[in-house]
Design a protein around this ligand. Structure first.
Ligand SMILES: [Zn+2]
Length: 311
């Protein structure tokens, strides 16, 4: 519906542009009250990674609001009044999906406010995880850069549907960003060659690194499982199993995550006599001004940390 007037505009020039804008502007559900004004559209994202993807696509055309702050855990997050107020003025909401947002909090926020919601993992081939005997889709898909590209394409599609008159601009930005993501992938693949294959064992607090591990030839081990929420919990025998695995495999270092209390991992390190090899960004990026404040930055810093401690 919206592409027709745009083609006509290109053919017949400014007079028709004004006519068509006045005809379609007021009645456009997709653009709502923002069309024709300089007011920015509003995009509310659940996670910091998704907000970063979105910013790389929409530029300054939209106001991008992220529900989670850097370092906050999506599995256990509890929404507040501020989040509902943000979503109330959203033109579009974006979530990760596959229950990364514990109890589907982003979906509930969008549904309560009757706002469109796009699930960014749509189209990703899931890795499966065991959640207390039930098989679920691993939601940490952004750790494989090819999945990150799928998130980006889903976001381009979603913002272009809401704001079709700037679709070419969104596509142009995304093309550059996708090149950067592909370069990131090649860079990671080169960096990890510094770690002998037998030492590519990534022990982290929870199962956030499955996609990363599969993409770059690591074995991922974690004591907690797929979520940090109440579905998880660490039985003593589970912890003991990890301790034994670390000893058997001769693991050199284990890694804490920025979103999670490090007590358990410190405990395991003490018991096995190995070092904690630094902090990895897992379910959230770093704060403003840190090296991990973007998706590419968090991936880069993680890889440097992993290579430094496992090579
Ligand atoms: Zn997680």
């Amino acid at each position: 519906m919206k592409r027709i007037p745009f083609k006509l505009i290109q053919c017949f020039g400014m007079t028709l542009l004004l006519l068509v804008t006045s005809m379609f502007g007021a009645g456009s559900e997709a653009l709502g009250q923002d069309e024709g004004s300089s007011k920015k559209l509003t995009l509310v994202c659940s996670t910091t990674q998704i907000a970063d993807f979105a910013r790389n696509i929409v530029g300054d055309r939209w106001e991008v609001i992220c529900v989670l702050a850097p370092g906050e855990d999506p599995h256990t997050y509890e929404v507040g009044n501020d989040d509902a107020l943000s979503v109330a003025r959203a033109n579009l909401c974006l979530e990760n999906g596959w229950n990364l947002e514990g109890h589907s909090w982003m979906k509930r926020l969008a549904t309560n406010a009757n706002k469109p919601l796009v699930t960014c993992v749509e189209g990703v081939k899931p890795l499966m995880l065991d959640a207390n005997g039930e098989t679920v889709n691993d939601p940490h898909a952004w750790f494989d850069t090819s999945n990150a590209s799928i998130y980006v394409l889903n976001i381009v599609d979603a913002v272009s549907k809401i704001d079709p008159s700037h679709a070419a601009e969104y596509k142009a930005r995304s093309k550059l960003y996708l090149i950067q993501i592909r370069a990131l992938n090649q860079w990671i693949a080169r960096q990890v060659t510094a770690i002998p294959k037998a030492r590519r064992i990534l022990v982290t607090h929870h199962d956030a690194f499955g996609y990363f591990s599969k993409a770059y030839g690591f074995q991922a081990i974690s004591p907690v499982g797929w979520t940090t929420g109440e579905l998880s919990g660490v039985a003593i025998d589970q912890k003991q199993k990890i301790v034994e695995q670390i000893r058997e495999l001769g693991v050199k270092s284990i890694f804490v995550e920025t979103t999670i209390n490090r007590e358990l991992l410190d405990d395991i390190a003490r018991e096995t006599g190995i070092t904690v090899g630094g902090e990895l960004y897992s379910d959230a990026m770093g704060g403003q001004g840190t090296a991990g404040e973007t998706y590419i930055g968090m991936m880069r810093e993680n890889v440097l940390t992993i290579v430094e401690h496992l090579k």
